[in-house]
Design a protein around this ligand. Sequence first.
Ligand code: SF4
Length: 435
Amino acid sequence: MSDGGGFARLPSAAPLRDRDVAEPMAILRERGQREVFCGLTGIVWLHRKIQDAFFLVVGSRTCAHLIQSAAGVMVFAEPRFATAIMEERDLAGLADANEELDRIVERLLARRPDIKLLFLVGSCPSEVIKLDLSRAAARLSARHSPGVRVLNYSGSGIETTFTQGEDACLASLVPEAPVSEEVAQDLLVVGALPDIVEDQFQRLFAKMGLERVSFFPPRRSGAIPAIGPNTRFLLAQPFLTDTARALEARGATRLSAQFPFGAEGAAHWFSAAAKAFGISQERFDEAIGPARARAERALAPLRAELQGKSIFFFPDSQLEPCLARFLSQELGMRPLEVGTPYLNQELLAPDLLALPKQTRLSEGQDVDRQLDRCRAQKPDLVVCGLGLANPLEREGMATKWSIELVFSPVHGFDCAADLANLFARPLRRRAGLKV
Ligand code: SF4
């Protein structure tokens, strides 16, 4: 069932330097059947990022299977996630779920003294029976502090998409940050990035003359940076709406920029920091120039390959608008439709303004209608979730799994060509099949 779609207008904002984008863009809003993963998926990359954290999903066997199959192949050491499985007795209210949860946490912490931060992660079943995990987290934190902090967030798939798991997790971490009373300005980079990307960013900021730079989430839970009115923050991911709100409530200021995908996107992102911290154009160019030139050289052959190819995004990761900006602005691809589960126009304004005027922007999903539009437009490449990829491949379309874009290092200058290659590869594979 669907309530159909409606068009809305993007509020006008100052156009970016080199695009003729003064016209507001129409947005198709749909609220029908959707095909997306749930927020538990974020645990797959978050448990590798915060190295002394543990994620305990309070959910069903389905939740356990999802996490196990999504993350299982990547586990080389003892995993830092598990599921406290709710049985029928819990769901029927015949057992005291809180008592059982306390027992499980007790056992877990006794067996794993390396855990310093424990996330209780809510799921659809825990939300349906209204198990109050925030009270459970407060109770368990009081019992196990100061050695272990216990926080909670929701990874449920009820009306959410999979990247919201990271947003909810990081938003729950903000109150744990010490309050900064410093006057000197700090820069905070927000969003879970692979360590290798973080190190590259740190080096470039240092070359620009910025030393007071921290990353959120930190690699260890004891190193959460202090946050306050002196904090300027740059989002590294476009899906961190709640986290941004929590940081702003702490007095921090968000720096608006294109997201750091591709050479131009990364340059735009770094330049937002340069402007906010009064770095001269000369110093900025000196610091960023070589990495930017390297990225542009690496992208040149991919531009020749991808130029003019059409692409259709189904909503999944919330990265879609900034990836479409990268592919059109830097590689000459033609985004026909850019679907995204939720559209935060404020966070994404610089990327949205750089999209081609003829691109259809859609928010939410009515999967059957969207499939009809996709088939009618016959794009060269479709970016979609796993559930749609196989049927569309069978119909002869080249597809890219959107979830891979969240698992792979794709940010910044050094990953620009790798990111472009993720889109070029399915086209090469399909061209190879036709020979
Ligand atoms: S949280 Fe909900 S959508 Fe996710 S695996 Fe569990 S039951 Fe399924």
